[in-house]
Design a protein around this ligand. Structure first.
Ligand SMILES: [Zn+2]
Length: 286
């Protein structure tokens, strides 16, 4: 019995064979699925799915890079959606500096001849201002969602990419008012231990099965049972042997199997521990 703790079942990728996806998950022993919202609309669809299917639960939030800048107050619509008892956490929310506006400018630079009117320094300055605004917007939405989690006594699914320090800095003042899961964890053992010592968790995707996933696999082997959960982040990051194809919740089993192998324990032990951890974190049937 496994819990898929991070799926995007509301994405169009699953429309054509949704029932087969659920059946295959069940056959693989993945008995519960957490579907994660990435925008207000996606969160609404997540809640609809969770209300329709007994074994699906919803996490609602606005992803830092899915945000289109159209809503300044995400708390109000999310608070409304959170009235559903099927909502088990807030997220995914966090910071993602992987594609800063200045990088787009830098890319353009390579292919374009510059306007002679604007000096390079001016352009860099402008890029810095754009990056600052971009980061400030992400921070604002992140804080709103953390505030809401505290208000509703829910835990938080954290998305962090290339923004480790800033993410922890924003979370720090909240102390232990909520617990966060650093989903799709790809950091070092020191980083994992740092967030675990602050009362948070990590979770692992199909990356642990990748040839170049050795570092993540080692981290998954070193942590104690109870400090991590398993997920796919489907439709992304399909584990081996499905790499490059669409991932689906059934693949959670492959993630758990790989971690069991790396730790030299049985799949059953990993399944029991990660399920207990997920049950405590998401507090189903509050
Ligand atoms: Zn995700």
């Amino acid at each position: 019995m496994l819990i898929e703790t991070h799926a995007h079942l509301d994405y169009p990728d699953f429309v054509s064979d949704f029932d087969d996806v659920l059946r295959r998950a069940n056959e693989a022993g993945v008995t519960r699925i957490i579907t994660i919202g990435t925008s207000i609309e996606s969160s609404r669809r997540a809640v609809e799915l969770a209300e329709k299917y007994d074994n699906i639960y919803a996490v609602i939030g606005v992803h830092p890079t899915v945000d289109d800048g159209s809503i300044d107050d995400v708390m109000t619509p999310l608070r409304e959606l959170a009235k559903s008892p099927r909502v088990v956490a807030i997220g995914e929310t966090g910071l993602d500096y992987h594609r800063l506006p200045s990088m787009a400018v830098a890319k353009e630079k390579e292919v374009q001849v510059f306007s002679a009117l604007q000096s390079e320094t001016e352009q860099e300055l402008e890029a810095d201002i754009h990056d600052g605004a971009y980061k400030a917007r992400q921070a604002e939405l992140f804080e709103q969602q953390l505030d809401l989690a505290v208000e509703l006594r829910l835990n938080v699914v954290i998305h962090q990419r290339d923004a480790w320090e800033d993410t922890l800095e924003i979370m720090r003042p909240y102390g232990r008012q909520f617990s966060g899961v650093f989903h799709c964890f790809g950091g070092t053992i020191e980083q994992a231990n740092e967030v675990i010592s602050l009362g948070h968790l990590v979770s692992f995707t199909g990356i642990v099965t990748f040839k170049n996933g050795k570092d993540v696999r080692d981290v998954a082997a070193k942590l104690s049972l109870g400090e991590f959960m398993v997920e796919t982040d489907c439709p992304y990051l399909a584990p081996v042997p499905f790499r490059g194809k669409r991932a689906e919740p059934a693949h959670t089993r492959l993630v758990a199997e790989e971690i069991a192998k790396a730790r030299g324990i049985s799949l059953d032990e990993v399944a029991r521990a990660t399920t207990a951890t997920a049950e405590e974190f998401f507090r189903f049937n509050r």
